[in-house]
Every structure is written in structure tokens, then in C-alpha cells.
Design a protein around this ligand. Structure first.
Ligand code: COA
Length: 183
């Protein structure tokens, strides 16, 4: 398991299907993740089976608290091993936990793992421009805004921009050394 301050990252397993199904059908989650269509349990079961295959180019992690409660998931996709680059995604499915630092800790833990254990050099992500909570979470870790994808998604009867953000390994290391009081 990969340990953060508030959470740990572990593999998904079959016992996670019920919660994943509930989150996949939550309207508010769907708003930020653009899950447009209702999803049957069988699709979630299939997704978890796929995740359990340990694909080399899709690294998926369940997020749980130190008390062992499953609260969400995060992943690294669009991996380029040659360019040492990956795209990060995260969702805290348990809405009661939003705004308590779990998402920031899980993201920071995954970014650290990506740089220190997987030897990536750049982590990028895309976030809808009106998702202020997520943007703040990424900024706290040190992600920089790189640009705007105009009218990237159609939601609630209107187009919404997406923001491209990224963090480089040396930026992350500098920020975490400064936090720990190292030169
Ligand atoms: C985005 C997400 C991962 C963030 O995790 P979280 O645990 O809720 O966030 P944190 O508590 O770690 O940090 C949120 C920060 O945003 C701030 N925030 C919350 N609502 C905000 C708002 N409307 N405007 C600006 N900042 C806001 C919080 O105050 C906090 O910052 P602070 O520590 O400086 O006070 C989580 O909310 C989530 O999964 N949301 C639904 C799915 C999603 O949006 N995924 C990301 C898709 S790109």
C-alpha cells in the first residue's frame, strides 16, 4: 500500500463494486466527471475486473482512510514511458469527505509515487473550469495552469471550458523539500 498522511492507496477488489456503482450513478459526481449515462452494476464489476488485470499503461488505485474506509479512486492514464509522462485523474466518491483534505493528500501521494517510484517527469491533468474545489486542490500541490480548452464539454445546457494543468518532477521535489525544511 502507498501511504499518505490522511489516506492510503491500494488496489481495487471485487468487494468495492457496490460503492463504485453508487458513486457512478451520483448526479453531483457525474457533473464533475461527466458520467452522462446511468451505469449498471455489471459495468462497474467489469471495470473493476479490468482494473485488477494490472495493465502496464493504466495504473488505478482505490483511496481509503487510515481507518480502512473506501472513499474514492485515482489513476494514471495516457502513460508515455519514453516521455516519462502520465495523466492524473481523481474522485473522492464519498461526498461527506469533500473539503477535508483527503483529495489533496491522495493527489499528493499519487504524484509523489509517480515521481519517486515510477520515475515520471511530468504529470498532467484536465479539469473543468468551474470545478473550483478541484483546481484549488491541484494548486496547493504545485500544479500550474497551462492553458484553456475552450468549450470543451457540454453540460447542463451549456459549454464549459477545461483547464490543462501540470507539474514537473523538479518543481514537486523543490516544493516538498521546502515544506520539510530541506535545502
Ligand atoms: C476534487 C476533489 C478530488 C478534491 O478533494 P477534496 O478532499 O474535496 O479537497 P481538499 O479538501 O483536499 O481541498 C479542497 C480545497 O478547495 C477549497 N474549496 C472548496 N470549495 C471551493 C470553492 N467553491 N471555491 C474555491 N475553493 C474551494 C477548500 O477550501 C480547499 O482548500 P484549502 O485547503 O486551501 O481550504 C474532490 O472534491 C472530488 O472528488 N470531487 C468530485 C470529483 C472531481 O471533481 N474530481 C476531479 C475531476 S478533475
Amino acid at each position: 500500500m502507498i501511504r499518505g498522511e490522511k489516506v492510503r492507496l491500494r488496489a481495487f477488489d471485487e468487494g468495492d463494486v457496490e460503492l463504485m456503482w453508487r458513486w457512478a450513478n451520483d448526479w453531483e459526481m457525474g457533473r464533475w466527471m461527466i458520467n452522462r449515462y446511468p451505469s449498471p452494476r455489471s459495468a462497474e464489476r467489469e471495470d473493476i475486473r479490468e482494473m485488477m488485470k494490472l495493465e502496464p499503461n493504466h495504473k488505478v488505485f482505490a483511496i481509503e482512510t487510515h481507518e480502512g474506509d473506501l472513499i474514492g479512486g485515482c489513476d494514471l492514464t495516457h502513460i508515455s514511458w519514453e516521455d516519462r509522462r502520465a495523466q492524473l485523474g481523481i474522485a473522492i466518491g464519498d461526498k461527506a469527505r469533500w473539503g477535508q483534505g483527503y483529495g489533496t493528500d491522495a493527489t499528493r501521494t499519487l504524484v509523489r509515487f509517480a515521481f519517486e517510484e515510477m520515475n515520471f517527469n511530468r504529470i498532467q491533468l484536465f479539469v473543468y473550469a468551474d470545478n473550483a474545489r478541484a483546481i484549488r486542490c491541484y494548486e496547493k500541490i504545485g500544479f500550474l495552469h497551462e492553458g484553456v480548452l475552450r468549450r470543451n464539454v457540454y453540460r447542463d445546457g451549456e459549454y464549459v471550458d477545461a483547464v490543462a494543468m501540470s507539474i514537473l518532477r523538479d518543481e514537486f521535489m523543490r516544493a516538498s523539500n521546502a515544506q520539510q525544511g530541506k535545502v
